[in-house]
Design a protein around this ligand. Structure first.
Ligand code: GLN
Length: 281
């Protein structure tokens, strides 16, 4: 008995069609997860049959996804920058647009640099750990106010065998008193509290603390930019991700804060998404 992979994918895709924007992909990722296979392997064995526990496990995952739970929370993993990150409901799910923050940071860090770099509000550690991997001579300090998120980031560093990262519990610069960095990066919460986006799709299940940025979305960014100069070495870089319509205001905050070389980089959808500036050069 049991059911073939191809049949299961068809029925799960149909079941998810009304609740997910990507039903087929979701079904494939969930089934691959149950079978501990890659999606490519799934496609190579369409007639392979599932039974018993595995069949029940898959059915339960499809039901949970149908109720809205994000695929990444169901599998406990999300790929970012060709690395696989453990994620839990305590962390934001890494997003493709955040790769732009990583790209812009890497563009400014020489390959052999021995810089101290801070990542504020690291979540699963995606940004800090990619920078640590791509710039092995740099030392990353990743902070988060959530103890549970920091545990996930630590787990990821351990799995990836990255030794050049340290973790600090606390809000923004609070755990970094008296320390200066050559670069500070952050993907803080920046969605306005009343934005209906917070009530839709996967976002509903993510930590509100990692998303909500106060009435205009800029509360965290404003606080961070105010304190950043105290924690930057002369000529140090600050880079922040922000909302699709916040670039003008973020550039104004940096300008008012005394930063130079201020510019915004656009994401693949054409929205200004990452703004950066240099301090004291
Ligand atoms: N880009 C995310 C979203 O729109 C928000 C991420 C954040 O607040 N840092 O869901």
């Amino acid at each position: 008995m049991g059911a073939a992979i191809i049949t299961l994918l068809h029925s799960a895709t149909r079941e998810l069609a009304s609740s997910s924007p990507s039903p087929r992909l979701d079904a494939e990722i969930l089934l691959a997860n149950v079978l501990e296979m890659s999606r490519t392997q799934l496609h190579a064995h369409p007639q392979r049959r599932l039974e018993g526990d595995k069949l029940r496990h898959f059915a339960a995952l499809v039901v949970a996804r149908r109720k809205g739970r994000p695929v990444a929370y169901l599998t406990g993993a999300r790929d970012f920058w060709s690395m696989t990150f453990k994620v839990t409901a305590a962390t934001l799910i890494p997003r493709p647009e955040t790769e732009l923050l990583v790209e812009e940071a890497l563009r400014r860090i020489p390959a052999n640099a021995h810089w101290y770099i801070a990542d504020l509000g690291t979540g699963s550690g995606a940004v800090a750990l990619v920078l640590a991997k791509e710039r092995p001579n740099c030392t990353l300090t990743a902070t988060d106010i959530s103890r549970r998120a920091l545990e996930v980031a630590r787990d990821n560093a351990r799995t990836m065998e990255l030794k050049n990262v340290e973790f600090q519990l606390g809000s923004w610069f609070t755990p970094l008193a008296g320390r200066r960095f050559a670069m500070i990066v952050t993907n803080p919460p920046y969605v306005p509290d009343a934005d209906p986006h917070l009530q839709t799709g996967d976002v509903r299940f993510e930590p509100r603390q990692a998303l909500s940025g106060g009435p205009d979305g800029l509360a965290a960014i404003r606080r961070i930019i105010l304190r950043a100069p105290v924690h930057l070495e002369p000529g140090g870089w600050f880079l922040t991700e922000h909302g699709y319509d916040q670039d003008t205001r973020v550039r104004a905050l940096l300008s008012a804060g005394g930063f130079s070389d201020i510019r915004t980089s656009r994401d693949l959808a054409g929205h200004g998404r990452v703004t950066m500036g240099c301090f004291g050069r």
